[in-house]
Design a protein around this ligand. Structure first.
Ligand SMILES: Nc1ncnc2c1ncn2[C@@H]1O[C@H](COP(=O)(O)OP(=O)(O)OP(=O)(O)O)[C@@H](O)[C@H]1O
Length: 816
């Protein structure tokens, strides 16, 4: 006999299975219909059961919040007057068995990510890595509203239907990329920066010692490196600390800063012989207890500027085991950056003569329960605002311990604090400062009572840099915030304990890295693919990062390049986490590989040996340009950042240049001349000869995508029809849709035509392209540079042949 109870209607009824779905964000618990078993029902705590992650469509895997679902079966909600409780008819053994299975599943996942951490000396880089199937954590940022919402060509908005093809594509990318053999590195001319020489020397010397050797080895290597997933993505620090043979380095240059012998030993193992400018300026202030706002160019070592003081504080007074509280909360705008920060700190503490602090990385895309457990004993918490807010606001007892942090770090602060992205961070800050006894609307803790130090870092603090470049923009960066304004802005957003935090600007004249050269290539908007291909041939075997403004552009450009035998890899937030991880890892490991990415890769990623940044789409805001370009020329390295620019984009480029370089003009002692970005001279005759293969490759890529899309659309329609109990016939559906002309009708027609190419026709196209790729590009004997009457592009890609002919950045006009 069943016991009577008043079960609620499910809030999220499911059609086929009776289940209780638990949104990853807190929501009132829905109640399923009663279980069918006749066993007696027992009261249970939901957390005592084994929740299983609901497998989501790829595009949703990266969503934060509601879309991270866990489920349990056979649970009833029982109402007793005003009190709700949960009951199950499962036996204790059944529950235990399920929990055991859950633990195994989790252990497997943990093993996977820990394996990566061990190999990297780092953490699980969930190189997202975060996303939004659109980037959940990026959504709403001033310049990040394009991804997943359509691209510059207006072919977005179909993310749902493209979802399946993402993984298929991922697999294909993988297969295709497996085939790409690393080839001998071609040596380009070393770019020699003249600007800010003194400071550059200071900033780059240590990095030179530490990084140069590894970069060189990587670039000269002609063998594929380890292939295991995760082993290479952020391994540079781990490699350094493990490199016992070379011995530790002299770190006496750090002594003035007053670090412990343990930290000095760790720095020595990392072979960081001296601090960078931002480190030598910021660390003593933080150690002295100051709140610090630190600005320094990309790749100048900001992570350790706050990481070292956190380690010092930990060493000085490790958190007590009883009544444990974390020391630091570090907030990052993206998942990959969060994991990289954890990795960096883990490497700093690896193999030290002390018990390493426990670091929890709390980002979307990983099981939230596991992260909650990690948080229980974490000494340092690194995370993205969305997931942090979720665990803090729904955790038990967590908030009280997090309130006792000694350091709150806001990395890439301008990004985190910018319009539209502040919401969850704002909630976290509010809750950290709220007096628990005072209730909701109470005033925040007065500054005098705040115990923690607040540390805020970025390469860009100018509000003007975040304003969209499209449309009319202010001339010459007149809206830039000066130090005073930046300070006021931050003081409004963050509850510092000091009335006047210490503002440290390690690069007052420019936020661009000193070893960076900037240029643009002008071409017709419809020929960007062709010019991109040509540009990459001008830079044979250089590790290159191509930025686009949309997921769909990444999906299109990656196979376009792969068809042309270039080792291209995709990275965007619509990819499942593991695929993103793989892309970063391969990009890091394989010399000369090309990463085609959205702005998910723009901030913070520290991948060694990136020599070329290509902006296929103009960045929407100047800060994005600074950060994208900052993926090269890190530390002492040099690199080039090139915009591929349609004539109608030139005005936007001018605005961008004016904003980014406005400070150069204003700097005392500098000539008040405008900064002119160089137009690079790419030989149009060569481009013309490359056109047939580019056109063919584009056609093959577009056809493949159209076919995948058609396939997934059909699947989607069929499923929907099944659920409605009607027949689905794609042809009659299309007939009916005919005549209805709306936005994108022309594109749809093209897609349809493309998707109808037969296998045989596709095979013929591929064979034709193969034939073209095997041919030398004949440019005629009379043309400049020419010695042999033709270029063997294949040989060039192998690093052989006449490099003088295609040249490098110098030959593109970077040389004065
Ligand atoms: N003192 C040092 N000596 C040599 N190398 C260093 C030193 N400190 C940091 N590095 C290395 O410099 C690189 C860049 O550091 P980091 O990622 O902290 O830069 P960043 O300023 O945060 O850059 P971004 O603004 O792009 O996020 C890392 O590979 C790091 O290992």
């Amino acid at each position: 006999m069943k016991r009577p109870h008043a079960a609620q209607k499910p809030a999220h009824p499911t059609h086929k299975r009776q289940k209780l779905e638990k949104p990853a964000t807190p929501a009132p618990a829905p109640a399923p219909a009663p279980a069918k078993s006749s066993a007696p029902r027992r009261k249970i705590r939901l957390d005592d059961l084994s929740w299983k992650a609901v497998s989501m469509p790829d595009r949703l895997e990266d969503f934060e919040g509601f879309c991270g679902l866990d489920e349990i079966d056979d649970v009833e909600v029982v109402r007793d007057g005003a009190t709700l409780s949960f009951g199950t008819r499962k036996t204790a053994e059944q529950i235990e068995k399920e929990k055991e299975e859950g633990r195994k599943r989790e252990a497997e996942e943990t093993r996977y990510f820990e394996e990566m951490r061990d190999r990297q000396g780092e953490v699980d880089l969930n190189v997202d890595v975060e996303g939004e199937a659109v980037e959940s954590e990026w959504e709403g940022f001033s310049d990040g509203d394009g991804e997943g919402k359509g691209d510059a060509r207006g072919d977005g908005g179909k993310e749902g239907k493209e979802a399946k093809s993402v993984e298929d594509k991922g697999k294909k990318d993988k297969e295709q990329h497996e085939d790409t053999k690393p080839v001998k590195e071609a040596k380009g001319k070393e770019a020699k920066g003249k600007k800010d020489k003194e400071q550059h020397e200071k900033d780059t010397k240590p990095a030179k010692e530490a990084k140069g050797k590894k970069d060189k080895e990587q670039h000269e290597s002609s063998e594929p490196q380890a292939q295991a997933i995760g082993s290479g993505a952020f391994d540079i620090l781990a490699d350094k600390s493990e490199d016992e043979d070379e011995g530790d380095v002299d770190v006496s240059a750090w002594e003035d800063i007053g670090l412990s012998k343990e930290t000095l030993a760790s720095l020595s193992k990392l072979k960081f012989s001296e601090p960078t400018t931002i480190q030598s300026l910021a660390i003593p202030e933080v150690l002295a207890g100051r709140d610090v706002i630190g600005k320094a160019s990309t790749g100048s070592g900001k992570t350790l500027a706050f990481g070292i003081p956190i380690l010092e504080s930990y060493l000085k007074s490790p958190p007590a085991a009883k009544n444990h509280a974390p020391i630091a909360l570090i907030i990052s705008p993206t998942r990959e950056l969060a994991h990289q920060l954890s990795a960096h700190l883990t490497a700093l503490c690896a193999d030290g003569d002390f018990k390493a602090p426990s670091i929890a990385t709390v980002t979307g895309g990983l099981a939230v329960q596991k992260q909650r457990r990690q948080l229980e004993n974490a000494d340092v918490i690194v995370g993205t605002p969305g997931r942090l807010w979720e665990v803090i606001s729904s955790g038990q007892g967590l908030l009280a311990s997090i309130k006792r942090i000694r350091f709150l770090v806001v990395d890439e602060a301008d990004r985190l604090l910018s319009q539209g992205s502040y919401k969850e961070l704002g909630e976290i800050l509010k809750i950290l400062d709220r007096d628990d006894n005072a209730g909701e609307g109470a005033a925040p803790t007065p500054a005098a009572e705040i115990q923690r130090q607040t540390l805020v870092f970025s390469a860009t603090f100018h509000k003007g840099l975040q304003q969209k470049l499209a449309g009319k923009g202010p001339k010459g960066g007149g809206d830039l915030m000066n130090k005073q304004e930046s300070m006021e802005y931050l003081l409004k957003k963050l509850n510092f304990r000091e009335e006047k935090p210490k503002f440290i600007d390690a690069n007052p004249t420019s936020q661009m890295a000193t070893g960076l050269k900037e240029g643009l290539i002008e071409c017709a908007g419809t020929e960007k693919d062709l010019f991109l291909y040509s540009l990459l041939l001008y830079h044979p075997k250089k590790r290159a990062l191509i930025f686009t403004n949309s997921v769909s552009a990444v999906r299109r450009i990656t196979p376009f390049l792969q068809n042309l035998d270039l080792p291209a890899l995709p990275l965007h937030s619509g990819m499942i986490q593991k695929a993103r991880l793989r892309s970063i890892e391969r990009f890091t490991q394989r010399p000369g590989s090309i990463l085609v990415a959205t702005d998910v890769a723009a901030r913070g990623l520290d991948i060694p040996g990136v020599e070329l940044i290509v902006h296929y789409h103009l960045p929407r805001a100047a800060d994005t340009y600074v950060h994208r370009s900052g993926r090269t020329a890190r530390g002492s390295a040099s690199g080039a950042s090139i915009l591929i620019c349609a004539p109608e984009e030139v005005a936007g480029v001018r605005r961008l240049v004016a904003k980014v370089h406005a400070r150069n003009e204003a700097a005392p002692g500098k000539k008040k001349s405008a900064y002119f970005i160089r137009t690079l001279d790419i030989d149009r005759r060569i481009v013309a000869r490359l056109k047939p293969r580019a056109v063919l490759s584009k056609r093959i890529a577009d056809t493949t995508i159209a076919k995948e899309k058609k396939h997934s659309e059909d699947d989607w329609m069929r499923t929907a029809a099944e659920e409605l109990g009607v027949d689905y016939d794609s042809e009659s559906f299309e007939k009916e849709a005919k005549g209805r002309k709306g936005r994108g009708a022309g594109r749809k027609k093209k897609e349809k035509e493309a998707s109808q190419l037969t296998k045989g026709e596709m095979g013929a196209l591929r064979a034709e392209l193969k034939g073209l790729l095997a041919q030398r590009v004949n440019v005629g004997v009379s043309e400049r540079y020419l010695t042999s009457g033709g270029i063997d592009v294949e040989a060039l890609m192998r690093g052989e042949g006449n490099l003088e002919f295609l040249g490098d950045a110098g030959a593109l006009g970077f040389e004065d």
